[in-house]
Design a protein around this ligand. Sequence first.
Ligand code: ARG
Length: 468
Amino acid sequence: MADGNSDNKSSNAMWGGRFASGPDAIMEEINASIDFDKTLYNEDIDGSIAHATMLAAKGIISEEDKASILDGLNTIRREIEGGTFTFSRRLEDIHMNIESRLRELIGPAAGRLHTARSRNDQVALDFRLWVKKELQKTDVALTGLISVFLTRAEEHADTVMPGFTHLQTAQPVTFGHHCMAYVEMFGRDRKRVRHAIEHLDESPIGAAALAGTGFAIDRHMTAEALGFSGGPTRNSIDTVSDRDFALEFLSLASICATHLSRLAEEIVIWSTPQFNFVRLSDSFSTGSSIMPQKKNPDAAELVRAKTGRINGALIALLTVMKGLPLAYSKDMQEDKEQVFDAAKNLDLAIAAMTGMVGDLTVNTASMKAAAGTGFSTATDLADWLVREAGLPFRDAHHATGHAVALAEKKGCDLADLSLEEFQSINPAITNGIFDVLTVEASVASRKSFGGTSPDGVRQQIAWWREQI
Ligand code: ARG
């Protein structure tokens, strides 16, 4: 300090506000991760139990020390669960908080637990275990969401609605088919979850700081004890510097959140009085404080918005990782909050959508009425001309354009044109044309594999029921 005061750790106006107590406090604030990594206490204790058990089995620590370490760790787990454990920022992170309490409980034997390991492999282990559990939870949640969609699809395999491109009426589809589109998306999300589990299922513990250890540890033993089906990781440098598993979680979470957001957006649109396709239950909507007629789709809007923070988490962690030299750097401590926040919000968004889709009321009459507007069966007319009158598709398309223009001029639907009017456009047209102009006939005719015909949709539902 300029005034020669060497006590630069004491209060200094320069640090200002909450950092009034000086550099120590700033360092603690930026360095400590305990406020968020205490979430990992269970994984940390599980990892330490497996490690200590292995150390004793290999004769690196005594059976007696192992027993008191395990005892102490179990006590600590109970203390944390009972809310009596005092977390300290001074002790930086969950690893040191637990080890320090272990020393209080069992004395010097606690110091033997950290033999042949480092916080670098310890945190890689804890975080991997946590992400794995989260992925398993996501798998279950997605299965629930898929099931709800299958139920709705079954109920509405015959319910006709307009299908859209550019949000303009395109061709009639069924609501069941539309629901099954989401089943496909969430089914792929679930596959990504399973792949991610497969990729991360190797045990980091024993990589130590970055180079492995001179102690004769058994990494296969700890891998097995901790349920890693792929055994131990094969490169200690990669092990402590890898956060692919977190990035993979965030990227699949972002894709899934994007699917949820599109669904949310459709629910927002469908529930407007203008569309009136669905009615949300009271549990997933709110009233307006000023406009008594309103029923707002708040939950859907929030799901749509949550996608922003989940995508943000992915970009944040990609950015943290992109320039890091091997192996561990403290930058990597920034991985956890992103993942915890994304996981919490993804869980919530999936749960909200499962609830919303499960109990929304489908207004089949509005859907059907809308399905018939906008000349939605124009393609059926063109297809009929190809099939029954032998026209090349391009010519049929052209003739259909004339029919649409005529109906538009008369202010009626295609089906309301007379046979004479159709024949003035193309003399080959017969009464048979009226069979394909209804929306029901249109969807029933779309029998190609993966198409919207009610039979096809029922086949897809049956296939999916076997998958889940
Ligand atoms: N809290 C740290 C983290 O989350 C634990 C690892 C610390 N390792 C170290 N070498 N300082 O990354």
